[in-house]
Design a protein around this ligand. Sequence first.
Ligand SMILES: Cc1ncc(COP(=O)(O)O)c(C=O)c1O
Length: 511
Amino acid sequence: MTGSWVNSAQSIGVDLHLELSGPGGRRAALTQALRDAVRSGRLAPGTRLPPYRSLAADLGVARNTVADAYGELVAEGWLTARQGSGTRVALGVVSPRSGRRESAEPRRQAVSMPVEAPSRARGPRHDLRQGTPDPSAFPRAAWAASYRRALLTAPSEAFGPGDPAGRRELREALTEYLARARGVRTEPDRIVICSGFGHALRLLITPDTPGRPNSPGTPGRPGAGGVLRGPLGVEAYGLAFHRDLLAAAGVRTVPLPLDEDGARVETLARERAVLLTPAHQFPTGGPLHPERRAAVIDWARAREAVVLEDDYDGEFRYDRRPVGALQGLDPERVIYVGSVSKSLSPALRLGWMVLPHRCVEPVLAAKGEREAWASVPDQLALADFVAGGSYDRHVRRMRLRYRRRRDRLVAALAAHAPHIEVTGVAAGLHAVLRLPPGTEGPTLRAAARRGIALDGLAGFRHPDAATGRDADGDAESDVTMGEGLVVGYAAPAEHAYGAALEALCGVLPPG
Ligand SMILES: Cc1ncc(COP(=O)(O)O)c(C=O)c1O
């Protein structure tokens, strides 16, 4: 294709000469032309690019071709995409024209290349890792409005030393929200604000200090253990980060076998606590069967044990009836933990624990007077965001978006890899693609070569899972769940998702 002057004045007011030539088709040519334009400084940092539709019309290419080219350059860090302000040349790109980086920081590089791009953007071309909601969908305007209101209306004492339990305004807003949306039974005095699940886990395993009121540890014996003590049952598949945290604190974890009804809680025996993801098993994806929900509560009552409920993405359910919190069955036996990491952003570092009465004091003691709490202005902003209905609105909007993405993933697999079974799609922000034996490793390596970041099922397996127990408590040779890919469909920006799916289908093992 010959060079083309693009005049999308109706949208951006810049003329853009693009030379679409070279091997690899129009998308590759457009990507290269745009990259060259940024690299050479013809497109200055901050320049707004034309919307897909107008650039596609000007160049005579399909709208998706433009979307894919933009998506690739966003992933590489040359461009940024933000809802409401379109796609722009990244601010951190060095402009040889001006000879300086277009940011407040001192210039570090003489050559043109993306600098300062966030690590996820700098890394893979296609980000299909589980764990992150779409960062480009953060509700900036609504959050800013809540933040502003919170700052302007907060009493002066809010800017003094805080309450280790967290701001009462937030605990009250969460009491109402969690009861309504998740079936959690609580009152503000049983909620402790934290910075997320990892922080909650740390607080729960912090050794008890002698002489604390209502302490679960043995008085007078330092290091007698925190609210959670081992051996602790965990699902045979889960986040290694959480297992490592427990191991580092000396808490032994015992893997519970999983099947399509979730963790086989009937195998719990001498454990003193169990960590579960009842609404949406992480990462395999099913809810804990109602009979098992009842059974684990019976077990906890009989053994005076504790159930730790990780409700990490409970708001995102699509096909099936809502699965409420296990905590609702027995608030004195279940510690419920949630955070905004999936619903809003993991960057906020805001979470909450809903505690049995007897656990409140020990957790506050573990938190201490000088512990690094969640920022009080952020807590006040979240209180306003939740109480004013913005949280509900955002969750509903994102639920629709992720559901559509889930549908596109399922449709792409049906069209291009019908032999691959996809499971765990009824809820959450990720799905599991079941792979034939011996193909997980090679598929991950092929994906890495194509710039696709995603996880294999094996990475989530408890190191002792292969020697778990069967229902009678006897040693069982293998409780593993075969091979598979854990595909996160939330992380890519909207325009980059199609290309990511296409790339994924290109590396799956043949049927
Ligand atoms: C299984 C699981 N639990 C909890 C969380 C939330 O962690 P945090 O609240 O510490 O960000 C995540 C987030 O990725 C998760 O995957």
